[in-house]
Design a protein around this ligand. Structure first.
Ligand SMILES: Nc1ncnc2c1ncn2[C@@H]1O[C@H](COP(=O)(O)OP(=O)(O)OP(=O)(O)O)[C@@H](O)[C@H]1O
Length: 260
């Protein structure tokens, strides 16, 4: 079966010069390889600065790889065709990072990507917005709401609606659950799982929360210092971690859960 998403030798290198007399710092993401099937979830875990966000940005086209390719349904994505990438692989932006503009209604926010990326007329766009709001468990009326009128959970759903409005095939999220209180978190997780199931979406997310990783991901990519140190099925990684680093994070997680 052709994978939904296939990443081959994707690498990235950046030299940053901070000051005239300072040594430039170099960060290198060593070649990453993985495959994701429709409806599958892959978690990216690892210590701070290991390159998780860079990898997420490469997937959505926010950074250009130094080398390597991304294939969607077997078709190679041009590294600089941001428009095509935006339609098919979408980032879920967190409302906590200010992605919901407080000055415009939710309807206008959802209308923006439709105006930019589709040829739908205003009636069709209105229908699409209402349909997407319903899909994430909101009401068509919420299109008239401003950010301050939405609860924490509704804002999370709005962020999801924004990611889904262009019918993507893969969703990518950087710590999507970190800022949420536990009840909203479990609602969001359940909603995501349902949508994934209904729409066959691939989901790639970065998380430090190994409880959620274990609960929802099919596969895990463990990163350290710019390289993938281990990858595999979630159950295998949690039961038989092979590398020293994976063993360390899994045993820290197990200590935490057995203490509860
Ligand atoms: N645009 C950039 N230009 C240069 N260096 C960058 C850029 N973005 C990130 N880096 C560097 O790349 C390294 C990896 O960063 P990245 O944000 O991917 O880490 P991370 O694994 O997501 O960490 P965290 O868990 O703390 O978010 C860091 O050293 C960071 O300073």
């Amino acid at each position: 079966m052709t994978p939904l998403l296939s990443v081959e030798n994707l690498s990235w290198r950046k030299v940053t010069k901070t000051g005239l007399f300072q040594k430039p710092s170099v960060f290198e993401l060593q070649p990453v390889n993985f495959e994701l099937q429709p409806g599958e979830t892959m978690a990216i875990v690892g210590e701070n600065g290991s390159g998780k966000s860079i990898l997420a940005k490469l997937l959505v086209g926010a950074e250009i790889p130094t080398q390597g390719d991304i294939y969607l349904n077997g078709e190679k994505l041009a590294p600089d065709n941001i428009r095509e990438r935006c339609l098919k692989i979408r980032m879920i932006f967190q409302h906590s990072q200010g992605s919901l503009n407080p000055a415009i209604t939710l309807g206008s926010l959802l209308d923006e990507p439709l105006k930019l990326n589709t040829t739908l007329d205003s009636k069709e766009r209105k229908e699409k917005i209402e349909q997407t709001l319903t899909m994430v468990g909101m009401l068509p009326d919420h299109a008239h709401y401003y950010r301050h009128m939405l609860s924490e959970g509704q804002r999370q759903r709005a962020a999801l609606a924004r990611a889904l409005i262009l019918n993507p095939q893969v969703l990518v999220a950087d710590e999507p659950f970190a800022a949420l209180d536990p009840s909203v978190r479990s609602q969001t997780v359940n909603l995501l799982l349902k949508l994934q199931n209904d729409l066959g979406l691939g989901f790639v997310f970065i998380s430090h929360n190994l409880g959620i990783v274990r609960h929802i991901s099919d596969r895990v990519l463990v990163m350290r210092e710019g390289r993938v140190v281990e990858s595999g099925k979630t159950n295998d990684i949690f039961t038989w971690p092979k590398t020293e680093y994976s063993q360390k994070i899994v045993s820290a997680y197990q200590t935490l859960t057995t203490k509860k």
